[in-house]
Design a protein around this ligand. Structure first.
Ligand code: GRF
Length: 203
């Protein structure tokens, strides 16, 4: 099974998936890391891990669709089976989604459907929720609206700031994203309408 990761920044989620692949926990290979920005942590991590990476310059394309067509052509050429968005700061177009139906995952650092989009930790603190968490979901046409695969929860304490919360949630992210990828690779994910059913899941 060939996995591609798309990232725009630090790349810690990319690394958690790549390491799970390297250790054999996930039986597949990382075909490529695609980035839309240069000089980012994700590239450094890819080089350390010996993962092939490609920078696709967004300014070279006149529309989101054209940009996504280029990315899809790279992914198809590499025969990628699963695409993982990991801190990828672009909204993927219909062109992309239709090319990989139910094969694009994303991680969001909140308990969806609460706090989609940007600054979820700030929103969670401002709202006063007592728990927050992380969500891995399939990508559909909306922003953070696709079917949920797995979630994990952490308490919010009165002392928490968005930075302390993001640290706590990141630990959950590094646990559940590789887990969701493993389920997919092992053929344990079934989609029924909006629901994702994981066969023999040990929650
Ligand atoms: C993570 O919190 C992820 O959930 C969000 O952006 C952050 C990316 O972190 N979408 P990293 O680049 O994986 O370290």
């Amino acid at each position: 099974m060939k996995i591609a990761v798309l990232a725009s920044g630090r790349g810690s989620n990319f690394e958690s998936i790549a390491k799970a692949v390297k250790s054999g926990k996930i039986s597949g290979e990382i075909a490529v890391l695609i980035v839309d920005r240069k000089n980012i942590g994700a590239i450094e991590r890819a080089e350390k891990l010996g993962v092939n990476w490609i920078y696709v310059d967004p300014y070279g394309y006149s529309s989101r669709e054209d940009y996504d067509r280029k990315i899809v052509s790279i992914l198809k050429h590499l025969q990628v089976d699963l695409v993982c968005l990991a801190g990828y700061m672009r909204i993927v177009s219909e062109v992309f989604i239709e090319s990989f139906p139910n094969k694009i995952m994303n991680i969001h650092p909140a308990l969806l459907p609460s706090f989609p989009g940007l600054k979820p930790h700030e929103k969670a603190i401002k709202y006063g929720v007592k728990v927050t968490g992380a969500t891995v979901h399939f990508v559909d046409n909306g922003i953070d609206t696709g079917s949920i695969i797995v979630q994990a929860v952490v308490p919010v304490s009165p002392q928490d700031t968005s930075s302390s919360l993001s640290q706590k949630v990141l630990e959950l992210e590094h646990r559940i994203y590789p887990q969701a990828v493993k389920w997919f690779v092992d053929g344990r994910i079934e989609i029924k309408g909006r629901s994702v059913i994981v066969k023999n899941a040990n929650y």
